[in-house]
Design a protein around this ligand. Structure first.
Ligand code: PXL
Length: 268
């Protein structure tokens, strides 16, 4: 009997379908992976701003995850917005009981449009409890600075590894400064992977002029999808970055604000 690989996302809902669990689910589907979802929060936002959000109670999130893990052979877990320190603790407790499932942690702090999606308590507990349980974390540069509590970019990767994250992929795709955005050609996106074995790898990807909503979620979900399909971490990251380049290159603005990655684009 045909059964696709299964990945679980633990994430918040974005009603416009650009980011959050909708981004994760469309990415999983596009990459041929069955997506299971545990909803953590219901955000109210458009492609410009976060207007409001409600966070679900920790008990209800834990139930969704536990019921899913008891029923489905989940081969990778992706974590996005958790919404409260209680939720971080509940998710950490469950992950600790399932140490064999690879975990991609996207430490969501700020939405693509700039709205805050995590409190200081959430960031602090993520640092303490979730980093040590992650196979890989995928902070962008502001998130890496915040989580590591270092101003010096040279220290971010190593510090996050010392805090317990097995591998750290620091992504450079966030918005450019005014001066950078006037450069022709635009500076590339540079991602750095700080590996479990102490080595560092640098990846360069082409950058487009638009500001994107949902690109961080899409990359982390794609890594989780390839892990679910059985790839080792580094090949999963390389394939996920290739997927990102294709979906960003054909990205579109579905509404009045930011562009979203075109996760519908044909894959070779
Ligand atoms: O990309 C981070 C993110 C995560 N989760 C939700 C979001 C966003 C960004 O907008 O809305 C629910």
């Amino acid at each position: 009997m045909y059964r696709p690989s299964i990945a679980l996302t633990i994430a918040g809902s974005d009603p416009g379908g650009g980011a959050g669990l909708q981004a994760d689910l469309t990415t999983f589907t596009r990459l041929g992976v069955h997506g299971a979802t545990a909803v953590t929060a219901i955000t109210v936002q458009d492609t410009r701003d976060v207007i409001d959000f409600d966070v679900l109670p920790a008990r209800r999130i834990a139930q969704q995850i536990e019921v899913t893990l008891a029923d489905l052979p989940v081969a990778a877990i992706k974590i996005g917005m958790l919404g409260s320190a209680e939720n971080v603790a509940a998710v950490a407790d469950i992950l600790a009981a399932h140490p064999h499932i690879p975990v991609v942690l996207d430490p969501v702090m700020i939405a693509g449009g700039g709205g805050e999606l995590a409190t200081t308590a959430v960031v602090d507990l993520t640092r303490e409890r979730l980093l040590p349980l992650a196979t890989v974390i995928t902070p962008n540069t502001p998130e890496a600075a915040h989580l590591s509590r270092h101003d010096d970019p040279e220290r971010w990767g190593r510090t996050l590894r010392e805090l317990g994250a097995r591998n750290v992929l620091i992504t450079g795709g966030h918005a450019l400064t005014e001066a950078e955005s006037r450069m022709q050609p635009l500076p590339p996106i540079v991602n750095f992977l700080y590996r479990e074995d102490g080595h560092t790898r640098r990846f360069e990807l082409p950058r487009l002029a638009f500001s994107f909503h949902g690109s961080g979620c899409t990359l982390a979900a794609a890594i989780a999808a390839f892990l679910a399909k059985g790839r080792d971490l580094e090949p999963a990251i390389i394939e996920a970055q290739g997927f990102m380049t294709r979906v960003i290159a054909s990205g579109y603005a579905p509404g009045k604000g930011q562009h979203v990655p075109n996760r519908l684009c044909p894959q070779e």
